[in-house]
Design a protein around this ligand. Structure first.
Ligand SMILES: Nc1ncnc2c1ncn2[C@@H]1O[C@H](COP(=O)(O)OP(=O)(O)OP(=O)(O)O)[C@@H](O)[C@H]1O
Length: 336
């Protein structure tokens, strides 16, 4: 039996069709990322799965309990941790009081261990907490009763980078212990560090459910390079180059070149940007003939992945505009 089983789930708010006929399962011990841009329907799905909203059609079960079966859900929730988006705590209570109450209802076997790791303040009223501290308290609350399944809605929002990293390491360690984790995010680079599989939601519909490795293989790298001199419009092409853009930087060329270690008689710098889905070694070979002012190679942002695989048109249809106001022609074939 799957830990989460969602079938044909649909949720309308009046005229708003927030979620439409989505299907997915999450298996025991998986870390499952639920990805989508703002308004895609992530929170609606999560709240419906937990019985906080009634589905318009379809069904969801968590730990075998149907989300609309109240007694079954009460029982299941003993073994579920939940971190909502913007957790709404009693603002007049201190963090300690909130954890005491939660502990008395659901248990607190792991409270001390989690407090040492996430260090939320405990003796101040929650109304005085920063959003990051609220989130840290929420994470402690979600895990402190040692649940089998943890469902979190954008858990790292508000956390600083160090705390995000600690959270990611913690989730990975939980997976090793067999805990099933489901969490939503709108940042692909965040879920890739911890998830086994992801589902991508857009406009209330599921566009794909797949292993994170296969998604990343297909989504490729985003390359942004500033190169001394001119770059031909067809310098980077072929079916592994997507959305090629080229911008001449004339105004600041001298300043940029002066900051490099190499001698150059170039009087312009060309910025190129594209997404690359081929073998990274071939990319390095292609780049080797240029002198770089700087080079960034990073994961393609989620929006880029959406546009290329699931959306209309290609980023290459955009026209890059140079700082001197000239439009540089877009090259590349733009094949997806
Ligand atoms: N209570 C509500 N009444 C009417 N429409 C709603 C309500 N809650 C959400 N919606 C709409 O449903 C759609 C999905 O919203 P939802 O909050 O589930 O998306 P989300 O993916 O969680 O977004 P975000 O990342 O911004 O939190 C949006 O169009 C939103 O405006």
């Amino acid at each position: 039996m799957s830990v989460i089983d969602v079938t044909g789930l649909t949720k309308h708010y009046g005229e708003v069709r927030a979620v439409r006929g989505i299907d997915f399962t999450v298996e025991e011990g998986e870390v499952f990322g639920f990805l989508g841009p703002n308004g895609a329907g992530k929170t609606t799905t999560i709240r419906t799965m937990l019985g906080l909203l009634n589905p318009t059609a379809g069904r969801a079960t968590v730990l075998g309990a149907d989300s609309t079966d109240e007694p079954a859900m009460i029982e299941a929730k003993r073994s579920i941790g939940y971190l909502p988006a913007n957790p709404a705590f009693d603002d007049g209570a201190t963090g300690r009081e909130i954890l005491d109450l939660h502990g008395s209802i659901k248990g607190e076997q792991r409270r001390e261990e989690l407090l040492e790791l996430f260090e939320p303040p405990l003796d101040r009223e929650v109304r005085d907490y920063s959003s990051g501290n609220r989130q840290k308290l929420g994470v402690v609350q979600a895990f402190m009763h040692d649940p089998e399944l943890v469902i979190m809605d954008e858990p790292t929002s508000g956390l600083d980078p160090l705390m995000q990293q600690r959270f990611n390491e913690f989730v990975r360690a939980e997976r090793e212990q067999g805990v099933t984790v489901f969490f939503s995010s709108h940042v692909l680079s965040e879920v890739r560090r911890v998830c086994d599989r992801v589902a991508i939601l857009r406009d209330g519909e599921l566009v794909t459910t797949e292993a994170i490795e296969s998604l990343l293989d297909r989504s490729g790298k985003f390359v942004r390079a500033r190169i001394a001199g001119h770059v031909e419009s067809d310098a980077f092409n072929g079916d592994t180059v997507h959305g090629f853009e080229r911008t001449l930087i004339e105004d600041r060329a001298e300043e940029l070149l002066a900051a490099t270690d190499f001698e150059s008689d170039a009087d312009v710098v060309t910025e190129v940007r594209f997404t690359y889905t081929g073998d990274i070694n071939d990319l390095v070979t292609d780049l080797a003939s240029y002198s770089f002012v700087d080079l960034d190679v990073e994961e393609a942002p989620l929006e880029e992945v959406f546009m290329r695989f699931y959306g209309p048109g290609e980023p290459s249809e955009r026209t890059a505009r140079g700082q001197n106001g000239d439009a540089a022609p877009a090259g590349g074939d733009g094949n997806a």
